[in-house]
Structure formats: C-alpha cells, structure tokens
Design a binder for this molecule. Structure first.
Ligand code: WQD
Length: 338
C-alpha cells in the first residue's frame, strides 16, 4: 500500500514522511512548492536513504487530482497536510483559504470514496477550540466560533470528513495539533517560514542569529503567572510519529469509530517568557526582546489533555521543550551557514 502525503515537503509533512519511511511505509508526496522547496526532498532522502515519489500538483486542479489517482492506483491512505495556514493572511484573503483548504479536501475525498476501503488523516488544529474554558483541553471541549477564516477551514474540514466517513468506506482520524516546533536532529529538515515569521520559535531563532533586530512579545498583561500567553509547544518529531501511529490504527481499523479525534500536545503549557528563558539556556544566547501590545486574535492559554492520545491512540510526546528549542536553534544555524 502506498501512502499519499499531501504537503509532504512542508514543515510537519516532511518530518512525517521521514517517520513513515522509517517504519517501512511506501510514500508518495504531493506538494505545490508554494511554501517549500525541492531541497526538502533531498533532506528527507539524506535522512532515510529512500527518495519518496514526488508529484508537483496544485490540488485545486480537480483534473490533476483525478489524474494522480489514475497513475497511483495503489494509494488508499492519505495524510493531508497541504493547506494555507497563516491566520493573519486568512483574514485579508478569506476566499484564498476557502478555495485552497476546502476544495482540495473535497477532491481528495472524492477519489478515496472510489476505493473499497480507505484511510484519511486530517491535519487539524487546537485553534478549533478558540479560548477553551477548561485547561488542559480535552477532545470534547466545545468547538467554538472560529477566530479566523483559517481556523474556520479547519472546523469545516472536520465537518466535511465526518459527513463523508459516515456514509462511505473511509476511516478517518482528525489530529488537532497544539504548537509544533523544532527540527529533525540531523538538521537536514526543519521549519522554513517564507518572509517574516508569524510564529514565535522561528522569530526567536532568527533574532538570535541576527536576521531580526528584536523579538516583540505580544502583550504581558494576560491573566497568566507572568502575564504572557501560554501554549503547548510540541516537538515536530513527536508530532510526526503520532501520524504514523494514527495510520497504523486506521489500517488495522479494529474496534474504532469511523472518525476519531485526538489532541496532539505535550500536556504542559509554557509562557512566552518561559520559552525565551529556555531558549537562552539551551543556546547560550541572550535574546533581545521588548514587550509590545497584544496581537489581535491571540488567546490567553491552550495546552492539551493528552489522556486520549496516550490511552486510545497509544502515543505520547517524548521530547521536552528544551530538545525542541535546541533543535530549532541548530537548524537555524545550519540554514544560515549555507
Ligand atoms: C505563540 C505565542 C503569541 C510571535 C498559531 C496558529 C495555529 C498554528 C500555530 C498553524 C502567542 C506569541 C508570537 C511573536 C510573540 N498554526 N508571539 N511574538 O498563535 O499559538 O498558533 O500557530 O497550524 O493554528 O493559530 O502560535 O507561534 O504565532 O504564537 O509574542 O513574534 O507567541 O502572542 O502567545 P499560535 P504563535
């Protein structure tokens, strides 16, 4: 069985392809290279010694998706990462997000529906919870009114999958990521944000290496111990391994619902200032930062209840935030040394 990884040259996608290959899966990658590059394919190959099949396809082209499945008839499992994911951009250009994140999902599911049985893993996000009432956040926390079109596409995507899986032979797992960070220990692959990083960790590493003047900390007047927001930062390699565990569960498909949801986090929350402190310790660099106003749309606190992922999925995050930040720093130094 060949596994299709869409967005497989992206940050989480590439780390997942490595772990799939490590577990002996035969992988084909689709990526449109809008937010990645073919160097990532070389990085994956350098780590595993196996070059995955690769097709450069824009999944918004329905015919191209259909042609892909005519060529790769043995694909019955999909791990779907390909999507636009910048919260701010989605507010400025909602239709780009609804087209790119939803029409592509429909075209892929239409192809899977033709199979006798199929597996689908969806890259979702804790953003669907908005600001959850209770910490840590469990999977039955209510899905709240999305704070952005990006978040809305994740919610709608989950609903589409639930509707389709109910009436077809597709078994699906929805993985709600908390905050993926870090890089593979080999420094062959890592996070490659285009332009000014929106996320905290790449901004920290780019500041530490001198690419950015100073980190702006978006607010220290939140109702948290040190006033800065709390998040659950999960090592991207742990996150990648969770996808392999989920795929194995779907392939066995014993006593499982046809759609299952799992929160993927470490179960520990860290504030922005705590992350800065840990980064300074593991890198030995003093980080220049200043406190500025809050960022529109940020929630105060989010960290995962990992019970269901541990007990039902049989997966647990192993790597601490120190390891994640150290790997992110090593990766930044490698990228800038080129
Ligand atoms: C983390 C904390 C910021 C940058 C988003 C998406 C989520 C997922 C991950 C895609 C917040 C603070 C950040 C900076 C800062 N994306 N911060 N200065 O917002 O929790 O999650 O990215 O799948 O869906 O919502 O992550 O890294 O942007 O911010 O102070 O320059 O760091 O305020 O408290 P976030 P983030």
């Amino acid at each position: 069985m060949k596994v299709l990884v869409t967005g497989g040259l992206g940050f989480i996608g590439s780390h997942t392809v490595v772990e799939l290959q490590n577990e002996g899966f035969d992988v084909v990658v689709i990526d449109d290279l809008s937010n990645s590059s073919l160097d990532v394919l070389d990085g994956i190959t350098a780590i595993t010694g196996k070059k995955p099949d690769f097709e450069q396809i824009d999944l918004r082209e329905k015919k191209a998706v259909q042609d892909f499945f005519k060529k790769y008839t043995d694909v019955s499992g999909i791990i779907h990462f390909a999507a636009s994911k910048a919260v701010g951009e989605s507010v400025e250009n909602p239709l780009l997000y609804y087209e790119n994140n939803l029409s592509t999902l429909v075209y892929l599911l239409q192809e899977l529906q033709k199979k006798d049985q199929a597996q689908f893993i969806f890259s979702s996000s804790c953003t669907v919870y908005g600001q959850a009432e209770k910490m840590p956040i469990t999977e039955d926390a209510p899905v709240q009114q999305a704070m952005s079109p990006y978040g809305n596409t994740k919610q709608i995507g989950e609903e589409i999958i639930n509707d389709v899986a109910k009436m077809s032979n597709i078994n699906a797992i929805l993985l709600r990521y908390f905050n993926p960070v870090g890089a593979h220990e080999s420094t062959e692959i890592g996070e490659l944000p285009k332009g000014t990083p929106q996320n905290l960790i790449p901004f920290i590493t780019q500041t530490a290496i001198g690419l950015r003047e100073q980190l702006s900390v978006f607010g220290n007047d939140y109702p948290t111990p040190d006033g800065t927001c709390i998040r659950d930062y999960i090592h991207v390699v742990d996150l990648a391994k969770a996808h392999v565990t989920a795929l194995k569960r779907l392939v066995q498909a014993k006593n499982m619902d046809n759609v299952e949801v799992f929160n993927l986090g470490t179960g520990t929350g860290n504030s922005v200032l705590e992350v800065i402190n840990v980064f300074e310790k593991v890198s030995g660099k003093k980080l220049s930062y200043k406190i500025v106003d809050r960022r529109e749309g940020d929630i105060t606190e989010a960290y995962a209840d990992t019970t269901k992922a541990n007990d039902v999925l049989g997966w647990k995050a192993e790597l601490p935030i120190e390891a994640a930040l150290e790997s992110a720093w090593k990766w930044e130094q490698k990228v800038r040394s080129k």
